[in-house]
Design a protein around this ligand. Structure first.
Ligand code: MIG
Length: 767
């Protein structure tokens, strides 16, 4: 620690309080557990003025963002600088109200009929942080939890599980553990991030309306208080702490087609590609689920199903225009003839029983062992294995079953695992298993290709966003799962994951044409835009139904390509702002109570407001428009904000509104995201005064980090447009730019030297 960092560190009442920056303060108490943070790569230290007042009973620490009051009993009370309470310790003890104490015998009785009782956190936990609950506070974050946007009144567990039964709004835990919560009370925001990967629990007033609490079964007391004037600033501080999602390759924002079963044969894969081409559905990647492997062995390819071998197959698909993404499971087949198993076994790379032998459970390949991803050497080894895929030309790795999932009961909690340099019981690193696997995958692909790795993972921990995009696992083709996709993805976005998506159409059960259509509409701006379904369910390719379904589905996938430059701009902005792409309305309008628990609308950046139909048979809906002025995307009709309007939403209509005067880059519709730099760009202005900064780079590698990118400033004043190249670090730049205001189109030509000049003549070759 540097001198000035030391000066920002205080030892008070047995806790170490570290002021990382004005808006990020760490509270730490060593309980003898590992101090390797998995979530935080490097603390975002900032030299900070800290005013310390030591009173008789209370010590006060004050930055220009946060005020902490610490008393001798160990309370930590958090205020903003104006004196608004943000998180004040509850002075009483936990006192569950209206919750039955159920003895073992009655639990058994209830379970006997198939009912299960909800999560019950132990009364006495190793770590408890308990805060006063006011009647007006809202809670957000927590990653992939099901249910509604505002978590108040619910309780959750942080314990990664493979959950295949239909998810309900009361499900306490799914695949990811992201122990960050944001609260907002009358517009006053604060975040608490508990950097402890062991099993933990949140209760937001379910147990007792007087308090909310976090508790953990073990681990150090280690949490960060995140402050800021607005919810955006608080979320930004969380991302600053746990890391940004690096820019994705541009094609990853295109449509993707998947289904468990396609990869059973080269012929079936080809048929999917041909279906997309024939029906003119733009698509950038087709996914290969587990069947392409040889007996479900990771990093192998079934030669019988692919008689010409994988290399020729991948090349043939590429010629058709399709990239391929392959699944990789966490469980490695126990097979003495299989090199991955043999190497791992020889070097003790797998999770161990107490006698040092590899622990065996059952997954797809039968007997399987589990790489010990907490070991840096194992991560490097796994990373090098990615070359099997990248050498074939595979464009991305989809990591599955990494909670880890196992068919023969869960992994015993005390198995021996590695945590960087020490051996720990499995339960202490369980929640970071998928995180470490993603990290290994990301680093391996980056080494092998130099490109921005495309990794998708099901299990994750806080900070996994640095390595991987996520999908929400096995949802179902039911309307509630379409409804919950909105709050679930919005909360994932607030929890540091801008790149996320659900299985469009629903994974399990049979979809219907109406559900599929509403899903492709609702997910239009979901960063990961992938249709995926389960083996044995009704096929849900858009052409598997009637003409109307196909036509509407195609219309939306094509519209998606129009918005790719806008989405890409938001990912570029995320590198600086730390804000999500798809976001709840409350993030942009934190003082608006109407937005606090708005579950059926979302925003994309600051400019688009999306109000999908997520109810069966609904053909009109109420849309809440927050403050400001809004333009209906479909007919340019203008509305004042702060009101509810009723809009028509026939099956083919996604209600979509644009912030008045927003300037939106408007991409071309192509079958695949172009590999060559665009020569033209169009901007649509929803008003007559507006400005935007638009980002362009090669969309592939990391050269942008060395300044190889362009920034265009497009400004419209009283209907007159100007275009400027603000930053010219990437050699190719648009030769032609069109700016479409509500009054007409103005055209510009690049005249060299970062200047664009207006031209009169019609530009050719324009979509
Ligand atoms: O439990 O590989 O969530 O997307 O298709 C089944 C087969 C294992 C679970 C994943 C799903 C994938 C499926 N996998």
């Amino acid at each position: 620690m540097l001198d000035w960092q030391q000066q920002q560190t205080f030892s008070i009442n047995g806790m170490t309080i570290t002021v990382i920056s004005p808006g990020i303060i760490r509270v730490f108490q060593d309980r003898g557990y590992s101090v390797h943070s998995k979530a935080i790569a490097a603390l975002p230290w900032e030299k900070t003025v800290v005013n310390v007042t030591r009173g008789k009973e209370v010590t006060e620490l004050r930055t220009d963002t946060l005020v902490l009051k610490l008393d001798e009993e160990g309370h930590v009370d958090v205020y903003d600088v104006a004196g608004n309470p943000l998180a004040v310790d509850y002075r009483g003890k936990r006192a569950p109200q209206g919750l039955d104490k159920v003895d073992q015998e009655h639990r058994k009785l209830v379970a006997g009929e198939g009912h299960s009782l909800g999560a019950q956190a132990p009364q006495e936990a190793a770590i408890t942080v308990i805060k006063q609950l006011t009647p007006t506070v809202h809670f957000y974050g927590l990653g992939d939890k099901t249910g509604y946007l505002d978590k108040r009144g619910y309780a959750y567990d942080n314990w990664n599980v493979d959950f295949s039964a239909p998810q309900l709004e009361i499900q306490p835990n799914l695949y990811k553990s992201i122990p960050v919560m944001f609260s907002l009370d009358h517009g006053h925001p604060v975040g608490l991030f508990f950097d402890n990967p062991s099993r933990s629990h949140f209760d937001f007033g379910r147990e007792n309306p007087a308090y909310y609490y976090y508790s953990a079964d073990e681990g150090n007391l280690d949490y960060y208080i995140l402050g800021g004037a607005t919810l955006k600033e608080v979320v930004a501080n969380y991302t600053r702490l746990t890391g940004y999602t690096p820019l994705p390759q541009k094609w990853t924002l295109g449509y993707q087609q998947s289904r468990w079963g396609y990869s059973r044969s080269a012929t079936e894969m080809m048929a999917v590609a041909d279906g997309l081409t024939k029906h003119k559905i733009p698509c950038d990647a087709i996914h290969l689920d587990i069947d392409y492997m040889d007996g479900y062995r990771d990093f192998t390819w079934d030669q019988e199903k692919y008689p010409e071998g994988p290399r020729k197959f991948v090349a043939a698909m590429k010629r058709k225009g399709y990239r391929l993404v392959t699944i990789i499971d966490a469980g490695v087949k126990k097979d003495e003839q299989y090199s991955v198993y043999k190497e791992g076994e020889e070097h003790h790379y797998f999770i161990r029983n107490h006698d040092g032998s590899p622990y065996v459970n059952t997954v797809w390949p039968g007997d399987a062992v589990f790489p010990d991803f907490g070991n840096p050497v194992v991560r490097q080894w796994w990373g090098r294995k990615q070359r099997f895929l990248t050498d074939l030309g595979i464009a991305g790795t989809w990591n599955d079953m990494n909670e880890p999932a196992s068919f023969n009961g869960p992994l015993p909690l005390d198995l021996e695992c590695t945590d960087e340099d020490t051996t720990v019981p499995q339960r202490q690193v369980h929640n970071v298993y998928g995180h470490n696997m993603s990290r290994a995958t990301y680093e391996g692909i980056k080494d092998a290709t130099g490109l921005r790795p495309f990794v998708i993972t099901r299990a994750a921990y806080a900070g996994t966003q640095k390595y991987s995009t996520v999908w929400t696992g096995d949802n179902r083709s039911i309307w509630p799962h379409l409804q919950w996709a909105i709050p679930q993805l919005c909360n994932l976005g607030l929890s540091g994951f801008p790149f996320c998506g659900t299985d469009i159409g629903g994974f399990a059960s049979d979809t219907t044409p109406e559900l599929l259509v509403r899903w492709i509409e609702a997910a239009l701006f979901s960063p990961l835009y992938r249709n995926h379904s389960e083996l044995g369910t009704r096929h849900q390719e858009p052409w598997a139904f009637d003409d109307q379904t196909l036509r509407i589905y195609r219309q939306y996938v094509r519209l998606r390509y129009r918005f790719i430059p806008y989405l890409y701009d938001l990912f570029a902005q995320h590198q600086k702002t730390g804000l999500p792409v798809m976001r709840p309305v409350i993030l942009n309008y934190p003082d608006d109570e109407r937005a606090a628990n708005l579950n059926d609308e979302y925003m994309v950046g600051d400019d688009l407001l999306v109000a999908p139909v997520v109810v069966k048979a609904q053909r009109r809906r109420l849309v809440y428009l927050p403050a400001g002025e809004w333009v209906d995307f479909w007919n340019n009709r203008e509305y004042a904000g702060n009101q509810d309007i009723v809009v028509d939403a026939p099956l083919e209509r996604l209600p979509l509104f644009v912030r008045k005067n927003a300037v939106i880059p408007w991409g071309r519709v192509t079958m695949h995201v172009a590999a060559t730099p665009d020569k033209q760009m169009r901007f649509r202005v929803f008003g007559n005064n507006g400005t935007t900064v638009h980002y362009q780079d090669n969309g592939r590698d990391f050269k942008y980090q060395k300044g190889e990118y362009n920034l265009y400033q497009v400004t419209v004043t009283a209907g007159q447009a100007t275009v400027k190249l603000k930053h010219h670090g990437y050699a190719p730049c648009y030769q032609e730019v069109a700016v479409e205001t509500m009054m007409g189109v103005q055209r510009f030509r690049y005249a060299g030297q970062e200047q664009y000049v207006a031209v009169k003549e019609e530009v050719e070759n324009e979509e």
